[in-house]
Design a protein around this ligand. Structure first.
Ligand code: ADP
Ligand code: MG
Length: 694
């Protein structure tokens, strides 16, 4: 297998376009995608025809608009290219209309009340900035998904809007500081994806995994992850063959899967791609998750993407590496070698600091799901408090700026931004803090809070928007300034002074930080239900409206959708738990108790003096535990049958405050029962089997 040869062979990329579109259509398409203008009808027709020919040459029989509704996964509806031709012959057709716009009865996708049922139609619109690709003999055309009135119903539309905002404000700042050459400012993203792999036959014996994606029960195995022997350990042959297969599939789809290694928990792994533009990175991450699941099945495995599949074992996240790049290939978050580059770096860097401080709530919201609540703050992932890690070197620089002091401490002159040179910032020291939710790692920020199963569209939409907002303020000032260099210095200094509280370089997992953060007035929003109401804050709605990301109506709809998703998740978990308790755990315990009592009776029949202490003690323990379990299960059922009606916030709060704690108590009893049962009575595969048997 020649990697360069297969790389991107299933993608209608630049090379394929040049070959299939003809020069004029190719150049027109390039021009319009770069400028963001609408495509002419002729060009669209030429693109549709070229795309179809390429797809047919590569074995496709169907096409679909591929979109990302707010379910977290992608959606598609396949149509054959096939059309009836003359004299009963079949022809392969694909028109520019089919390329550009699709109609879809989308009433079953979440809309948060945006689409009343009588107006259930939605439409999908081609996103020419992301390449089409072939999957399962189907040409997939990345599209945005909107209501008939144009409201966003998906993850991609706001992301594209945020890219436009960041580009606009970023360029304003660059122009104001004398850069007349840069034409485009674009965030780059590399999303490291964590996941678990377990044997398919074990998975299939557990309703909780099948229905909820995580285990609702499971006694702690004798060996957990304490030994840390899995992290970067040798990869087992079965896993290695999965990874090889996965890489190959991803490469064919033009996804630069680069590093694959074992993670901290047993059976946990990670895939890191090479970074690319935020829109492409988001599409590719969705595809990566889908392909991971598919390839796993081929290897007799199941890929678990849930944030917390196993209690007591590290969960999975998605590290969203983010930076800002120009069309000239410059990374604006790379501290440059010259004083001018240093000044520009500090300007953009301080813009991010300010944005994160002002909009901690939105960053927290962008990762708020029921699944991620199990992970955040659990000593394995950042806490639910947002802060920024900058490392010692940058910290010293910020201090020097704040105090007008000389950085080298020689006490001669104050540091002049844009005149003095900054010392090189070594990547090593900036990459060490693994506990920070938002870490500067030398030339990019790593947002470590996103959950493993979620789309990265929302976090990136938020980061782009909040940074664009701060850049817009900076641009307002710089455009009016008489002395640019002095104004830059003032802006950076003021920003650092006002927003220094968001910087924290210590251990984010410590309780001391929680106290300290509270003193600093930072937000601590432990659960999704705490975070989501912040969506509706005036300052946030105004921010979204200011940059054309969301209308107030769209914000309300996202808020409703997120709350509903939370409630649905918790509700389904509780119902599944009730079923498993009745159908598996209680009967298993009872079978063991039956054997125990029969043994005791038989023993007494042999001899009245035969000791039956073991049987009696076990019976007593199991009787008491099963009674407790039944009591908690009945409470759970009662709670579920009296959910508050109507409004989504009280429902979500009720589930969090009453249902989850009861579920946890039932689990404690169930896990104790499981740990007492002999192997032949086990109600389902144990943690030890799932985590260590591959
Ligand atoms: P490591 O964490 O192993 O040291 P890196 O920090 O270089 O590796 O990369 C981690 C992830 O960050 C990768 O997915 C990589 O593509 C991504 N990344 C690196 N540079 C950038 C950048 N400028 N913008 C966005 N993502 C980046
Ligand atoms: Mg990293």
């Amino acid at each position: 297998m020649e990697i360069p040869e297969i790389f991107g062979e299933l993608v209608f990329n630049d090379a394929a376009m040049q070959k299939y579109l003809g020069e004029k259509a190719y150049l027109d398409l390039k021009k319009t995608t770069e400028s963001g203008e609408a495509l002419s009808k002729e060009t669209a027709a030429a693109v549709a025809s070229g795309m179809k020919n390429w797809a047919l040459d590569n074995g496709a029989t169907h096409f679909t608009h591929w979109f990302q509704p707010m379910t977290g996964i992608t959606a598609e509806k396949h149509d054959a290219f096939l059309s009836p031709g003359e004299n009963g012959a079949a022809i392969m057709e694909f028109s520019h209309k089919e390329l550009i716009k699709g109609e879809s009865d989308a009433s079953s996708f979440p809309s948060g009340g945006l689409r009343a049922t009588f107006e259930a139609r939605g439409y999908t619109a081609w996103d020419p900035t992301s390449y089409a690709f072939i999957k399962d003999h189907t040409l997939c055309i990345p599209t945005a998904f909107c209501s008939y009135m144009g409201e966003a119903l998906d993850e991609k539309t706001p992301l594209l809007r945020s890219l436009r905002a960041l580009n606009f404000q970023g360029l304003r700042v660059l122009r104001a500081i004398g850069d007349n050459e840069t034409k485009k400012v674009l965030p780059t993203v590399g999303a490291e994806q964590e996941y678990f792999l377990i044997a398919r036959e074990l998975y299939e014996q557990r309703e909780d995994l099948i229905i909820c994606g995580r285990t609702l029960f499971g006694a702690k195995p004798p060996k957990g992850q304490e030994l840390d022997d899995h992290y970067y350990g040798a990869i087992k042959p079965k896993i290695s063959s999965f990874m090889k297969d996965l890489d190959r599939e991803l490469w064919r789809l033009g996804i630069f899967a680069k590093t694959e290694h074992n993670e901290a928990a047993p059976a946990q792994h990670e895939l890191a791609p090479v970074f690319t533009g935020a829109n492409t990175a988001t599409d590719q991450n969705q595809l990566t998750m889908e392909i991971m699941k598919k390839v796993a099945l081929r290897h007799g495995l199941v890929c678990l993407l849930h944030e917390k599949p196993f209690q007591g074992v590290n969960g999975s996240g998605k590290h969203n590496n983010w930076s800002i790049c120009t069309d000239r290939g410059e990374n604006l978050l790379n501290p440059g070698k010259s004083p001018e580059n240093n000044a520009r770096f500090l300007l953009f860097f301080s813009a991010v600091l300010k944005a994160v401080d002002l909009y901690q709530d939105l960053l927290r919201i962008s990762v708020a799901t029921a699944g991620n609540d199990f992970r955040l703050g659990g000593d394995e992932a950042p806490p639910a408090i947002i802060s920024v890690f900058v490392g010692d070197e940058l910290d010293a620089i910020l201090t020097a700026i704040e105090n007008d002091a000389d950085y080298h401490g020689k006490g001669k002159t104050k540091m002049q931004i844009g005149v003095d040179e900054l010392p090189a910032i070594s990547k090593d020291t900036t990459d060490r803090n693994r506990t920070s939710p938002f870490a500067f790692t030398g030339n990019k920020f790593e947002f470590r809070m996103p959950g493993s199963s979620s789309s990265i569209a929302a976090p990136n939409t938020i980061i782009n928007t909040i940074v664009a907002d701060v850049l817009s303020d900076f641009a307002d000032r710089l455009e009016k300034a008489e002395n640019i260099s002095e104004e830059m210095h003032t802006i950076i200094k003021e920003t650092v002074v006002s927003h220094r509280r968001i910087v924290f370089n210590g251990n984010n997992y410590s309780r001391a930080w929680e106290k300290e953060a509270e003193k600093r007035g930072l937000l601590n929003l432990p659960s999704a239900v705490d975070a989501l109401p912040y969506y509706l804050k005036k300052k946030n709605i105004e921010l979204f409206e200011r940059h054309g990301i969301f209308t107030a109506l769209e914000v309300h709809s996202r808020y409703e959708i997120a709350l509903e998703a939370y409630s649905k998740d918790v509700n389904i978990e509780a119902l599944t738990a009730v079923d498993m308790i009745h159908q598996r755990i209680l009967p298993a315990a009872n079978l063991y108790m039956k054997d125990l009592s029969e043994t005791a009776v038989n023993k007494k029949a042999v001899s009245k003096t035969m000791p039956t202490g073991f049987e009696e003690t076990m019976l007593r323990r199991l009787s008491s535990l099963t009674a407790t379990l039944l009591k908690e299960t009945d409470s759970l059922k009662a709670l579920l049958s009296s959910l508050p009606e109507g409004n989504s916030l009280p429902t979500a709060r009720y589930l969090r405050d009453h249902v989850i704690p009861t579920l946890n108590r039932a689990r404690t009893a169930a896990d104790e029962i499981e740990s007492l049962l002999g192997r032949q009575y086990a109600p389902f595969p144990s943690y030890a089997e799932m985590l260590f048997k591959i």
